[in-house]
Write a protein that binds this ligand. Structure first.
Ligand SMILES: Cc1cc2nc3c(=O)[nH]c(=O)nc-3n(C[C@H](O)[C@H](O)[C@H](O)COP(=O)(O)OP(=O)(O)OC[C@H]3O[C@@H](n4cnc5c(N)ncnc54)[C@H](O)[C@@H]3O)c2cc1C
Length: 326
């Protein structure tokens, strides 16, 4: 039986493993399971190439509590920092191994079932984030438009095109900046009239683009329908008469992600409304089972340093429990 199994090798999962090594859990009693072929799948997929990774993302102050911490750095530097952590702490990470389910064992501990087998662990930490299934719009989009619809900017190269970005958070702002830099003509559709969720850098960058007329912002716009026009482009129809229908070569949705509720409920974790019940140290209603990172960040969303800090807090709580039991 492993001392600890960590599900997900993103910032939360890797920092949890580093914290565990720091308090003396040997490498061979610690296992990280990651469904991607490398760590930090979400960062690689959703961060545009030249993105500056902000330490104070979404205004969450970067006061570092544990062994991992980032300052403002590039996407590549962030990934290298996580590479080095894996190396430095001798972490055992199984890649290309998806966790399909976790079952509490009658005598204590958990059975972790994966795409390749099963493992037992005394404690289990779920750090799978919320970006596995990005939120999609409520209206139907014709299948013939699939090549025009995007949920990230790494799966296709968009250059010198007419693009619509949908959303109003930091991701939407960063996507607009990236698309403008790559010669696209960009329109942003946001259902609210004010950008209240953006951090200062992203707010100022977006406003500067608008002032320089490098972007058109449709504030208070709600998309009613997307259909294919005669040229095979996406024609967007808005609820509001103020916004006439318009065709775009590409639509990029930046609508965030969702908590994998079914996965968590199937394990037996108690929920309070739509959110899992989280106790001290990010422990769930099942003793020995923890949720950290974006999964526990709530509606405001998470950040890398917040994920690192959650790992440190969870480990402190585990150490406190172990000391109390002795
Ligand atoms: C576009 C964008 C820009 C951002 N910019 C910043 C920024 O500048 N600064 C900042 O601090 N934060 C930023 N964030 C937020 C930050 O990326 C997240 O808060 C952080 O990645 C959360 O880490 P996590 O480990 O909880 O989840 P994730 O990073 O989502 O990692 C989860 C990991 O679990 C794996 N996984 C999922 N399901 C399974 C399964 N069933 N079995 C095994 N493995 C699984 C995934 O493949 C993934 O590797 C940004 C987010 C986005 C989308």
């Amino acid at each position: 039986m492993y001392e600890m199994i960590i599900v997900g090798a993103g910032p939360a999962g890797i920092s949890m493993a580093a914290e565990a090594r720091t308090v003396g859990i040997p490498s061979e009693q610690l296992l990280v399971l990651e469904k991607g072929d490398t760590h930090s799948w979400a960062i690689r997929k959703f961060y545009p190439a030249a993105k500056v990774v902000l330490a104070n993302y979404k205004g969450i102050e970067a006061v570092c509590a544990g062994v991992m911490c980032i300052s403002d750095m590039s996407k590549e530097e962030t990934l290298t920092y996580i590479d080095r952590t894996i190396e430095r702490y001798g972490l055992s990470v199984h890649y290309n191994e998806t966790v399909n389910g976790i079952r509490p064992l009658p005598a204590g501990g958990f059975l972790v079932a994966t795409s390749k087998g099963s493992y037992e662990a005394r404690r289990c930490v779920i750090a799978i984030g919320i970006l596995d299934k990005p939120n999609k719009p409520g209206y139907r989009i014709p299948v013939s438009l699939n090549k025009c619809i995007h949920y990230d900017l790494t799966s296709a190269v968009l250059e010198n095109e007419e693009c619509l970005v949908v959303g109003g958070g930091d991701t939407a702002s960063e996507y607009c900046q990236y698309l403008v830099e790559h010669g696209n003509r960009v329109t942003l559709s946001y259902r609210q009239t004010e950008f209240t969720r953006l951090n200062r850098v992203n707010y100022e960058s977006l406003m500067a683009l608008e002032q320089r007329r490098q972007i058109t912002i449709l504030r208070g716009s709600n998309i009613k329908q997307v259909e294919e026009d005669a040229a095979g482009r996406a024609r967007v129809l808005f609820e509001e008469t103020a916004f006439p229908s318009q065709s775009f070569a590409h639509i990029v949705y930046a609508l965030g992600g969702t908590t994998p509720t079914n996965f968590l409920k199937a394990i037996g974790i108690a929920f309070d409304g739509s959110a899992p019940v989280i106790r001290e140290g990010y422990e769930t209603s099942l003793s020995g089972l923890y949720l950290i990172g974006d999964l526990s960040a709530g509606r405001k969303g998470g950040s890398i340093n917040l994920a690192f800090n959650m790992a440190a807090e969870a480990m402190q709580s585990i150490c406190g429990q172990s000391a109390g039991a002795q």
